[in-house]
Design a protein around this ligand. Structure first.
Ligand code: ATP
Ligand code: MG
Length: 1029
C-alpha cells in the first residue's frame, strides 16, 4: 500500500511540466498533443510516453541526461516511477526479457535526422553500464560499442537532412544469458546506399571514412597510399561541394575509428588492406578517359590508374582493358568491344561502388565474428532496429525509393503490432470496443512490393526483358499498370494542377509520411547493379586479401543471374519482418524538431506532420480506450499465483477462474481490468506495476522458502550419501579386521600347538619339536630371573626356581650372582665394619646353635665400649694406667657368699679383667689365671669366670650378669684369646667360691627372668624362652 502511495505521489510530482504520459491528457486532440510536446520540449524534456511507447524529440543540443548517474537512477526501477527516459524503456525491456526469458526488439523510427541512431547508441551505452559484467564480457561489450564508430564511418554520410545520416539499415541483436549478462551480438545490415560513393548531391558528402582518411591519415600512410591531404583533389569527394563541414571533426573521428578497428580485432595488415581499398576508390574516381575520334574511351599512362592497380594488387593492363573494353566470349573466340567514354565512366563507377559495397559487407561480417558468442546455451535477445529514416530530397532516386519503401514496411509492422492487431484482439477476446480509425499503409506497401503488379516487379521485368529497356520505358510500364492507383501519379496521369509539379521523367508516390517525387533516371542501372565479368575476374585475382575474398564469394554463385537490388532488398525486409514478428516489441518514435538542425527550435508544422504520419494520435486513442497490458490467463496465473493463498502453489480449476480469484484478492477495481476469452486485460500500467512490485517482494520470501526446502533436501541427500559411505567403509573395515583376526588366530593355534608339543617333549633331546619351546622357556626364565633377582647377599631363598632345562645354567648364574653381590658387598664395607663382622663371626663360632639368645644378638652391633673412660673413676684409671683399657661394660656381680647382686663396672685391659666398684678395684682377674668361662645355653646373661684359685687370697670364681653378654665375651676372646675357654653348659655350672668351696648356679626356664638364691643354696637363674622368629 505504501508502495502504491509512493508511486502515485511520484506520478503527480513528475507531471509538473506538461503531462509525462499522453494517455493521461484531458483531451485527445492534435492541439493538446502538440501543446504538451511543446511545453515539455521548451524545458528540454524531450521524452514523453504514450503508454510504453516513447516519443522523443530531437533537441539538437547536448543534454545532461545521459551520464552514469542518470543511468543508475533508472536501473531496475519501474517504468512509471521516474520521468520518461530512453533508459527507462531500455531497462524495462531488459527486465521483462529477464523475467520472461523471451526475445524483444526496440523499433526506433522517425524520419532522417530525427535521432534514431543517437537513440540506439544511448540504449547500447545503457546496457554496457547496467548489465552485470566480467572481464570477458567487457571485451564483448567494448566490441559492441566500438562497432558503432566503425560502421558509422563506413556507412554514414552527411546529407541535407542529417550530418550523420545512416545510409544503411542496421538491425543489431544483443544476446543475454540467463543471468542478464550481455554475452554476444550480431548485426544484420540492409542495402547500403552505394551510389553515394560516386555521386553526391549538392550539400552532401560521401561516406565519412574518405574524409577521415584524407584529413586525419598520418603522413606516411597517405604517402604509401598515394594520397594528397586535400579532399578537393578527389572527384568522388567534391561533387556536393561541402567536403569540409564545421560540424564534423574528421580528424578526431579518424583516431576513434582506428582505435575501434583494433578493438574489434582487425589486425594491422588487414587494416592496411582496408585503407588501401578506400584509397583505391578515391584514385578510381580520378581516372579520366580520353576519347578517340570514334568516341571510344582510352587511358594513356594514367597515374591514378597505376595507383589503383598498385593498391589493389592487380595488373595495370588488365585493369585498363577492363575499364575500356567489354569482353564477350562467343564460342571459342573472344570479342573485345570498346566502351564509349560515358560507358567507361559508368563501368569505373560501378567498380568503385562494387568494391566499396563489398568491403562494407565484409566489415559487418568481421564485426559479427568478433562479437560472436560461441556458447550454444539458450540466450534471449534484445534487437535494436536503426534504419535510415524516411527522406524527401529535391531530387529523389532509386535509393530514396528503397529507403522510403523500407519505412513504409516498418510503419506497416507498427500498425500490425499495435493498432490493427490490438483492435482485432479486443474483438477476438470479446472485449467491448469502439474501433479507432487509422490509416493503414498496406495499400502503399502493396503498390511497391506486390508480386507481378508492384513497382519492384515491373522494375525487375524491365531490367530483365530483352530489347531496349530504359528508365523511360519503365515509367511507361508503371503508368500502364498503376494507372488509377490512388497513391501513384505521373506527369501523364496527373490532373492539370499536379502536372505542373511533375517532370516527364518523374513518378510520385503518396507515402504514409508524405508525397515523394522520384526521378526514374538510373533506376534500371541501379537495380541491375551490373559489373562486367572480366572486371569481376580481375578483382578475384587482387593481392588485397579483402577484395579477393569478397569478389571470389560473388563469383561462386555466378551461375545464375543474381537477384536485382530491389528484389534482394524486398526479401531482406520480409525476413526482417519475420524476425521482428517473433519478438516482443518496444517502440521509440523519433520526431525531428526542425529542418535546420537548430537547438531548441520547435517547428510546429513539421512536428504536426510527423505526429500525423507516424500515427501517434491513433496510437494514443487505442491506448487510452484500451488496455495497457494483457496476458494469457495461464501465463498471468503462472507468474502471479504466489500472491494469493488460493492460487498458490497450484490452482486446480481453469486458469481464467484462477486469475479472477487472484485479481479479486489483489483488490483490482472493476474498471481496471477486463476478462477476455483467453486473456486478462489490464487498463493502466500502474495496476500492473503494483502487482509486479508485490510479486517482487513475494519472490524474495518464496525464494527463501524454496532455498530452505532445497537446502534441507540437499542436506538429507548428503547425509544419506555419507551414511551409505560410512556403512560401506565400516563393512570393509570389519572385513579387514576379521581377516586379520582370523590370520592372527591361525597363527596363534600354530604357536600354541608348537608350544604344547614343545612342552610335551621338553625333557627330550633338542629337536625341531622342542627347540623353540626350550628357547622360550629359557628366555622366559631369564626374564623372570631378571625381574626377581635376590636383593641382598643374605637372601638365599628367593632365587627363582629353574625349570629342568636351565637348572644347570641357573646354578651357575646363582653362584655368579652371589659372588658378584658378595664382592660388591665386601667392597662396600668399611674397616670398622669388617672388624665388627670378624668379631660377629667369632661370636657365631662360639655361640651359634649353643645358646638360645644368640640369634637375637646377631642383629645388635658391637660397640667399642659400653662405658667411656670419663665414666670410670679417676683413681681406678690411675691404678691401671699402665694397661690400656680395651673394653668396659656394666655388670651385676653376684657375691660369692650369698649371691647378693652388686652393680659393677667390668674393665678389660690387655692383661686382665677388673671388677670395679666406684673408686675401688674389687677384683682383678689376670687372663692367665682365667681358666674357663661358662655360660648357660638359655637366654640369661649369666657369665661365670672360672679362676684358678690356688692362692686363698685370691677370690673365687666370678659370677656376673651382663646385658651385653656376646659382645663382652667376644671382646674378651679377642683381647685375651680365650675362645676355646668358653663353655656353654646346660642345667647348672659348678663354681668355686673359694679354693675348695664350691657352689652351683642352676639354670632353668620360666615365665619371668629371675635370679635368686634357692633354698638349696644354689644360685638359681630363671630365663625366659627365646622367642622363635
Ligand atoms: N538525444 C539527442 N540529444 C542531442 N542531439 C541529438 C539527439 N538525437 C539526435 N541528435 C542530433 O541529431 C542528429 C541526427 O540524429 P541521428 O543521426 O540519430 O538521426 P537519424 O534518425 O539516425 O537519421 P538518419 O535516418 O538520417 O540516419 C545527431 O547527429 C545529433 O546531432
Ligand atoms: Mg541514423
Amino acid at each position: 500500500m505504501q508502495g502504491q502511495l509512493d508511486m502515485e505521489g511520484a506520478l503527480t510530482a513528475r507531471d509538473r511540466v506538461g503531462i509525462q504520459d499522453f494517455v493521461l491528457l484531458d483531451e485527445t486532440t492534435d492541439e493538446a498533443f502538440l501543446s504538451n510536446l511543446h511545453k515539455r520540449f521548451s524545458k528540454d524534456l524531450i521524452y514523453t510516453y504514450i503508454g510504453t511507447l516513447l516519443v522523443s524529440v530531437n533537441p539538437y543540443k547536448e543534454l545532461d541526461i545521459y551520464n552514469n548517474k542518470q543511468m543508475e537512477l533508472y536501473m531496475g526501477v519501474n517504468f512509471f516511477e521516474l520521468p520518461p527516459h530512453i533508459y527507462a524503456l531500455a531497462d524495462n525491456a531488459y527486465h521483462t526479457m529477464l523475467a520472461e526469458f523471451n526475445n524483444h526488439f526496440i523499433l526506433i523510427s522517425g524520419e532522417s535526422g530525427a535521432g534514431k541512431t543517437e537513440a540506439s547508441k544511448k540504449i547500447l551505452q545503457y546496457y554496457a553500464v547496467s548489465c552485470p559484467s566480467t572481464t570477458l564480457l567487457n571485451t564483448v561489450r567494448d566490441k559492441m560499442l566500438m562497432s558503432n564508430p566503425v560502421l558509422e564511418a563506413f556507412g554514414n554520410a552527411k546529407t541535407l537532412k542529417n550530418d550523420n545520416s545512416s545510409r544503411f539499415g542496421k538491425y543489431m541483436d544483443i544476446q543475454f544469458d540467463s543471468e542478464g549478462e550481455a554475452v554476444g551480438g550480431h548485426i544484420l545490415n540492409y542495402l547500403l546506399e552505394k551510389s553515394r560513393v560516386v555521386h553526391q548531391n549538392h550539400g552532401e558528402r560521401n561516406f565519412h571514412i574518405f574524409y577521415q582518411l584524407v584529413q586525419g591519415g598520418e603522413d606516411d600512410l597517405l604517402q604509401r597510399l598515394g594520397l594528397e591531404r586535400d579532399c578537393h583533389h578527389y572527384n568522388y569527394l567534391t561533387q556536393g561541394e561541402c567536403a569540409i563541414v564545421s560540424s564534423i571533426n574528421d580528424i578526431n573521428e579518424w583516431k576513434t575509428v582506428k582505435n575501434a578497428l583494433q578493438i574489434i580485432n582487425i589486425d594491422k595488415m588487414t587494416t592496411d588492406y582496408l585503407f588501401e581499398i578506400i584509397a583505391s576508390v578515391l584514385h578510381l574516381g580520378n581516372v579520366q578517359f580520353e576519347s578517340d575520334s570514334k568516341g571510344n574511351a582510352h587511358l594513356n599512362n594514367n597515374a591514378a590508374l597505376r595507383w589503383v592497380s598498385n593498391l589493389l594488387g592487380v595488373d595495370v593492363h588488365l585493369l585498363q582493358d577492363g575499364l575500356t573494353y567489354r569482353k564477350i566470349e562467343a564460342k571459342k573466340d573472344q570479342i573485345l568491344t570498346p566502351f564509349t567514354t560515358d560507358h567507361a565512366i559508368y563501368v569505373r563507377d560501378a567498380l568503385a561502388k562494387a568494391i566499396y559495397g563489398q568491403t562494407f559487407t565484409w566489415l559487418v561480417n568481421r564485426i559479427n565474428e568478433s562479437m560472436e558468442n560461441k556458447d550454444s546455451s539458450r540466450k534471449s535477445v534484445i534487437g535494436l532496429l536503426d534504419i535510415y529514416g524516411f527522406e524527401v530530397f529535391y531530387v529523389n532516386s532509386f535509393e530514396q525509393f528503397c529507403i522510403n519503401y523500407c519505412n513504409e514496411k516498418l510503419q506497416q509492422l507498427f500498425i500490425q503490432l499495435t493498432l490493427k492487431s490490438e483492435q482485432e484482439e479486443y474483438e477476438a477476446e470479446d472485449i467491448e470496443w469502439e474501433p479507432v480509425q487509422f490509416f493503414n499503409n498496406k495499400i502503399i506497401c502493396d503498390l511497391v512490393e506486390e508480386k507481378h503488379r508492384g513497382i519492384i516487379s515491373i522494375l525487375d521485368e524491365e531490367c530483365l526483358r530483352p530489347g531496349d529497356a530504359t528508365d523511360l520505358t519503365f515509367l511507361e510500364r508503371l503508368e500502364e499498370k498503376m494507372g488509377n492507383h490512388p497513391h501513384f501519379v505521373t506527369h501523364k496521369l496527373a490532373d492539370k494542377m499536379t502536372r505542373k509539379t511533375l517532370e516527364r521523367g518523374d513518378f510520385r508516390l503518396l507515402h504514409y509520411a508524405g508525397e515523394v517525387t522520384y526521378c526514374v533516371v538510373g533506376f534500371l542501372d541501379k537495380n541491375n547493379d551490373l559489373l562486367y565479368r572480366n572486371i569481376k575476374d580481375l578483382m578475384c585475382q587482387s593481392k588485397n586479401a579483402i577484395v579477393s575474398e569478397c569478389f571470389s564469394a560473388i563469383n561462386l554463385d555466378n551461375r545464375r543471374r543474381p537477384e536485382t537490388v530491389a528484389t534482394q532488398f524486398k526479401s531482406s525486409l520480409l525476413k526482417l519482418t519475420e524476425i521482428l514478428m517473433a519478438k516482443e516489441a518496444w517502440y521509440i518514435r523519433c520526431l525531428k524538431s526542425n529542418e535546420s538542425k537548430q537547438p531548441g527550435h520547435f517547428d510546429e508544422a513539421l512536428i504536426r506532420h510527423q505526429v500525423k504520419y507516424l500515427g501517434l494520435m491513433e496510437h494514443l486513442r487505442v491506448r487510452r480506450a484500451g488496455f495497457a497490458y494483457r496476458r494469457k490467463y495461464d501465463v498471468f496465473l503462472k507468474r502471479y499465483k504466489p500472491l494469493c493463498p488460493s492460487t498458490w502453489p497450484h490452482w486446480r480449476g481453469i486458469p481464467a477462474d484462477g486469475v479472477e480469484v487472484l485479481v479479486q484478492h489483489l483488490g483490482y477495481l472493476p474498471n481496471e481490468y477486463k476478462m477476455g476469452r483467453t486473456k486478462i486485460f489490464i487498463r493502466h500500467p500502474r495496476t500492473l506495476y503494483a502487482t509486479e512490485d508485490a510479486y517482487e517482494r513475494c519472490k524474495h520470501e518464496l525464494a527463501t522458502r524454496l532455498q530452505a526446502k532445497y537446502k534441507g533436501y540437499k542436506a538429507k541427500g548428503e547425509f544419506r550419501k555419507q551414511k551409505e559411505a560410512a556403512t560401506k567403509i565400516e563393512t570393509c573395515w570389519r572385513g579387514a579386521q576379521a581377516r586379520k583376526e582370523r590370520e592372527k588366530r591361525a597363527w596363534a593355534v600354530k604357536v600354541i600347538k608348537k608350544f604344547i608339543k614343545g612342552y610335551m617333549t621338553r625333557g627330550e633331546a633338542k629337536s625341531t619339536d622342542n627347540s623353540e619351546y626350550l628357547a622360550f622357556v629359557r628366555q622366559n626364565y631369564l626374564n623372570r630371573l631378571k625381574a626377581n633377582l635376590p636383593k641382598t647377599v643374605l637372601d638365599k631363598t628367593s632365587w627363582v626356581h629353574p625349570p629342568a632345562v636351565v637348572a644347570e645354567s641357573s646354578e651357575i648364574l646363582r653362584k655368579l650372582c652371589y659372588r658378584v653381590m658378595v664382592r660388591k658387598y665386601v667392597r662396600g664395607i668399611t674397616p670398622q665394619k669388617k672388624a665388627q663382622l670378624q668379631m660377629k663371626y667369632l661370636t657365631s663360632s662360639i655361640f651359634k646353635g649353643k645358646k638360645e639368645s644368640y640369634p637375637q644378638s646377631v642383629a645388635q652391633p658391637f660397640v667399642d665400649t659400653r662405658i667411656s673412660e670419663q665414666d670410670i673413676n679417676v683413681r681406678v684409671l690411675q691404678m691401671i694406667r699402665n694397661e690400656r683399657i680395651k673394653y668396659s661394660v656394666p655388670v651385676i656381680k653376684y657375691h660369692r657368699n650369698g649371691f647378693k647382686p652388686k652393680p659393677r663396672q667390668l674393665v678389660l685391659t690387655e692383661t686382665a679383667a677388673y671388677v670395679i666398684d666406684e673408686a675401688k678395684i674389687t677384683q682383678r682377674v689376670l687372663y692367665t689365671v682365667l681358666k674357663g668361662i661358662s655360660v648357660s645355653n638359655l637366654t640369661d646373661g649369666m657369665i661365670v669366670f672360672h679362676v684358678t684359685c690356688e692362692d686363698p687370697k685370691q677370690k673365687g670364681d666370678l659370677v656376673m650378669q651382663c646385658d651385653h653378654l656376646y659382645e663382652f665375651l667376644t671382646k674378651l676372646c679377642v683381647i685375651a684369646n680365650k675362645q676355646n675357654a668358653i663353655k656353654v653348659v646346660q642345667g647348672s655350672i659348678k663354681i668355686e667360691i673359694q679354693p675348695g668351696k664350691e657352689s652351683v648356679v642352676d639354670f632353668t626356664t620360666g615365665q619371668e627372668p629371675m635370679v635368686y638364691k634357692a633354698k638349696n643354696g644354689h644360685l638359681t637363674v630363671v630365663a625366659t624362652r627365646a622367642r622363635t622368629r
